[in-house]
Design a binder for this molecule. Sequence first.
Ligand code: AGP
Length: 616
Amino acid sequence: MCGIFGCLGADAAGGVLNGLRKLEYRGYDSAGLAAIFPEHDGPIETERTTGYVADLVSKANGRFDGAEISIGHTRWATHGGVTDSNAHPHSSNDGKITIVHNGIIENALELLERVENLDYDVQSETDSELIVHLLDHELKTQSSGGTPLDAFKSTISLLEGSWAIAVIMTGMEGILIARKGAPLVLGRGTGTCSFHGDCSHFCVSSDVQPFYGSCSEVAYLDDGDIFYISKDGIEGSEGLRIPEFEVLEGVYEEGDPGIFPHMMLKEIHDQPNALTNVLGGRISADGTRAELGGFKLTPEQMRGLDRLNLVACGTAYYATLIGANYIRQFTGLTVEAFRASEFPASEVCGPNTLTVAISQSGETKDTLDALQEAKKNGSEISSFCNVIGSTIARMTGNGAYLYAGAEFAVASTKAFTNMVAALLLLALTISEIPEKQRKKIVREIRSLPAMVSRQLVEEDGSIERAVEILDGAKSAIFIGRGISAPLVLEGALKMMEVAYLPCLAYPGGELKHGPIALIEEGTPVIAVAPSDSTLPLMESSIRECRTRGGKIILITDHEGPITKFADVVIQTQTTGNVVSPMVNVVPLQLLAYHLAVRKELNVDRPRNLAKSVTVV
Ligand code: AGP
């Protein structure tokens, strides 16, 4: 989703373009930048375009070289279509103030009226542009002695909704920034940096990723923060906090697919390593203990909870459905997974409850809002995030990281697998199941990376044959039972996201209660049927579909009679039924990926989607 990057220092615009490129993975449809040069007096130099950062670089054509203050933006359209004039930055009518904004201004209609009454010429359809005119008005009408920071604060007080904002203006030697409900972090670099050798600079960014290798320190902004950053430091409101910088550790992971044609395929193949990382140090060598540290509540306290809520969106939500199943199976806890955007906090939160958010990015606004509501309603909060230092991870201050490594493809793959693994570890951490049962599960978990590896190298042409069935189909139906019922929801989501194939996913037993009406000659039915206790029932569901003309793509480790009813069998590794979702997800991911490639779609950046969904 939208990305902001700003830079203060030598070659600021170069730094911004570099930063925007590193934010590209978030998903966007247009890009722009603005810059101020030393001794600059007139309107601010800006450039913006629909398309990619590379298009912006060629449009800018070196015009911004030598600038020392610069801000830039990648836009994911919300208010107004994808056009050059809706792209950020937005400038005041005299061109001397320019801003970039992420988030949604909820009282935009009211503010538009105000801005029009003040006779400003509004040039875009965005809510963001209104902010620059309001700021211009505040600056022109503020009492003598007022600073740009004062005017900025007054402007912010008029806004309702969510924002991360960066502003530059002619005559001002720094950047004004504000944050509420949309991520924004500050970076500081001294000494050697990849932007400009020996230097000292400030950067502002929507996430910490671009800072690796460029900034040695980071400071996380909080909601409500409003600052002016200049080479002299950070200025805020009297009596209020100034963010503390901390040493930034970590390396920038380039969104480079290496030998793979796409990031999505690379990330599917990253899964054995990702699993090794999430399990590392969390399972005892003798296989008797599996433990997740980092929670505020001890396992005893968790066992005593009235209820445990899991909140997440999209793929993360499907992982929590599987996780809830584990927690229910291995502990006596009342646990429920909720779509974060539909979380009934006032009904399910209270003292002695725990709400855990699961998020790859750690920035998903719906998930963040659900957590905030949980806290307001008296629940303890915790999280599983992949991005270190992300807003959700910092807000909860306790929980576990997923250690899947940076995930760039919009379609989440390795983060899903690690979410399921982490939730299984949580279930075991809380549970008091008998030693023998625990040992068996831990043994299965330990063999997971190797099993997923083997699943990835199996090449018998079955995926290709299945893709042939799916190519040209109008829709597809996914079915599974037991632990595989939530897994097929994830399989269908992947297929819709990257291959744009309308899909339904149902527990096998539900099919006959309605959706079976959709099956006609040739309708692809993707059935996940590991050899667990649900296998005989899955056989019935498959036969029901086949009798009605369905083309069955069967994902199973079983070699028995069930395979007779399939058009294509995708053979999987035999696992215990607890860990099967983490192995069986692989063919589901590969089916979606290869169908998208066959249709020549943009696999890593599917239309309309963003990696980090920071609006509601
Ligand atoms: C996954 O393929 C999707 N792009 C999407 O559903 C994603 O899982 C969802 O937006 C939640 O994101 P998060 O894990 O970063 O919170």
